[in-house]
Design a protein around this ligand. Structure first.
Ligand SMILES: Nc1ncnc2c1ncn2[C@@H]1O[C@H](COP(=O)(O)OP(=O)(O)O)[C@@H](O)[C@H]1O
Ligand SMILES: [Mg+2]
Length: 243
């Protein structure tokens, strides 16, 4: 009889208070994806909060998935918009060796949650331009290193402060492909789509000021990339645009 493959873990059932790798106390589960689950944890000795991304062993053969993600975060360690990588650890779970990646915990709310809490669930054009500029400036640093985010949407952006300017952090970067120009173009189009959504999307588009519609370009990829072939061009446009 062929040997049966061990069943996948499916989900990590870790109660708040449980300590993993002797160092991190589980606080709560933050999210669940195809290759990993993300937990809010606290260092046992310092009580400092961290984020732990626990990889399903079947999606992390030889630790290669974790290694790719860790190396990408490390490469981007001087980009202030990207979460900081701390370390990697392993622990035993139901007889399996599980690896996890520890990064900073960002206090704030996802952009999706933040927008839900705004009047009309959207931003004014002025606020939206500031939000777009904060994210685009951060992405400019990433692209300057030849890298890309790869999955820019409102659940992968954490708003940690909002006043005259936005302070945002990017999480959950895509790390499978070698960076290509096409990946950076996707980031630019994703930024414009985020801007469009933050102003209220299709329902409000026709009534937006020309300055907003100029950036959104009707969400036409070719038009967006003609106006903003690089994210730096988008940043320079925002710095000098007339209202
Ligand atoms: N470093 C972090 N600081 C604060 N919250 C985080 C952090 N990383 C992830 N989260 C929260 O956990 C959710 C899921 O994490 P994410 O890395 O996007 O994994 P996935 O989308 O694969 O579930 C995020 O949408 C966010 O709410
Ligand atoms: Mg995510």
């Amino acid at each position: 009889m062929p040997k049966r493959k061990p069943a996948g873990i499916g989900t990590f059932d870790l109660e708040p208070g449980r300590v993993i790798a002797g160092k991190y106390r589980i606080i709560s589960k933050l999210g669940s994806g195809w290759e990993s689950e993300v937990f809010r944890v606290a260092e046992v000795r310092t009580d400092i909060e961290r984020t732990a991304k626990l990889f399903f062993p079947e999606r992390n053969p030889g630790g290669r998935t974790l290694k790719r993600f860790a190396r990408k975060l490390h490469k981007l360690r001087h980009c202030p918009i990207v979460i900081q990588y701390h370390t990697e650890e392993t622990f035993r779970y139901r007889g399996r060796q599980v690896s996890f990646l520890v990064s900073e915990y960002v206090v704030g709310e996802t952009l999706a949650e933040f927008l839900k809490g705004r009047p009309g669930k959207r931003l004014s054009p002025f606020e939206a331009v500031h939000l777009l500029y904060s994210i685009a400036k951060g992405v400019e640093d990433i692209h300057a290193l030849g890298e890309y985010h790869g999955d820019l949407h409102d659940d992968n952006i954490i708003v940690s402060r909002f006043g005259l300017e936005f302070e945002v952090k990017l999480i959950d970067l895509f790390y499978w492909d070698r960076p290509k120009g096409e990946n950076r173009k996707d980031d630019i189009c994703d930024l414009v789509r985020l801007f469009y959504e933050s102003t209220g999307g299709a329902r409000h588009y026709a009534r937006q000021p020309l300055a907003v519609r100029y950036i959104c370009s009707g969400l036409k990829r070719s038009l967006i990339l003609k106006k903003f072939p690089t994210v730096s061009r988008l940043c320079r446009h925002l710095e000098t645009m007339e209202w």
